[in-house]
Design a protein around this ligand. Structure first.
Ligand code: PEP
Ligand code: MG
Length: 324
């Protein structure tokens, strides 16, 4: 399928009306790295570090992790890699960690909550990332941040780790960018100060959607019940876009919907300028973006919202069909 899109692989995604959309890929295993080149991704918008932990039967060592992260950065060359710290708990249970029996694991002790309560593993990971970057840019993203204070605490861990590495005489990263995933509705309503302080945000649409609609992403009975193009959800995304624009906070979207052409197009129409998706989706999404006029699509979306449509999908589909 990637051959089909070979002619646009190295072209930027620019819409008919001249809007450039950043096309990044999601990754997590070494096997994903060749896709950096074959997909034409501009970088890794989400590197899910937990995958390296999930494929082992014991906790990886710091040196092992540093080696893996260094190889990821080597493969990326000048392309940016966003390393997300461990996102475990909920559906992602490590075989070598004591399982916590929770009635609602998706709402439970997971991701950054574990990282802040038991900082040992997160510190080891941060150290491994810092050592891997040595003299190169480093980008770190924290998952599942629900309130400002969690971001601040996580950021303080990075600062402490950097100071320690410096004392130990290790070479520091050339630059350091620290951001958060926006995957809980609460963070969309955080104080303005949060948007000013955070280095960048990436919308984790998979989780954001499940919490917004209170519909478990793993539960077949409810998971397709609410459309991503539901007006309420688009209104939330638009609010996030606007808040980020006010403070100049770089924003991207890295949930599965970024890899679905119609959804990606609508995200771009309401203001997203950077998307991160599975590598195989980059061709199809880019192809549709390059054939589309975002302003025209935006008008269709706005009309559907004014009419009170539940989802903008029917109107968008009709518009695309009419366009041919
Ligand atoms: C998300 O929640 O949208 C996301 C990208 O993270 P994950 O799918 O790994 O939870
Ligand atoms: Mg998530």
């Amino acid at each position: 399928a990637q051959e089909r899109y070979a002619s646009i692989r190295d072209k930027p995604a620019i819409t008919r009306d001249g809007v450039r959309i950043g096309m990044h890929m999601n990754a997590g295993l070494m096997a994903d790295l060749p896709s950096l080149r074959s997909s034409g991704a501009e970088g890794v918008g989400l590197f899910r570090t937990e995958l390296q932990f999930l494929v082992r039967n014991q906790m990886p060592k710091r040196t092992e992790l540093a080696d893996i992260y260094a190889r990821v950065l080597d493969a990326a060359g000048s392309k940016r890699v966003v390393f997300r710290t461990l996102d475990i708990g909920s559906d992602k249970v490590l075989p070598y960690m004591k399982p916590t029996d929770e009635p609602n694991p998706a709402l439970g002790w997971r991701a950054i909550r574990v990282g802040l309560d038991k900082p040992g593993v997160m510190r080891m990971q941060l150290q491994a990332m810092i050592r891997a970057a040595a003299g190169r840019p480093l980008t770190i993203m924290f998952p599942f941040v629900a309130q400002f204070e969690e971001y601040r605490a996580a950021r303080a861990e990075v600062d402490k780790t950097i100071a320690r590495e410096e004392r130990l005489g290790h070479k520091l990263p050339e630059t350091l960018e620290i951001g958060a995933m926006l995957e809980t509705p609460s963070l969309a309503f955080a104080p303005r100060r949060f948007f000013e302080e955070v280095g960048f945000l990436s919308i984790g649409g998979n989780d954001l959607k499940q919490f917004f609609f209170a519909a478990d992403r793993e539960n077949e009975r409810v998971r397709r019940r609410y459309d991503t193009l539901n007006v309420s959800f688009l209104n939330l995304i638009e609010r996030i876009v606007d808040r980020c624009a006010e403070t100049g906070t770089p924003l991207s979207f890295c949930g599965e919907d970024a890899g679905r052409p119609i959804e990606a197009l609508c995200l771009a129409a309401i203001g997203l300028r950077s998307l991160s998706m599975r590598p195989a989706s980059i061709g199809p999404v880019k192809s549709l973006l390059m054939r589309s006029d975002l302003a025209a699509l935006r008008a269709v979306i706005d009309e559907a919202r004014e009419r009170g449509d539940q989802s903008v999908r029917p109107a968008v589909m009709e518009h695309l069909r009419a366009q041919g």
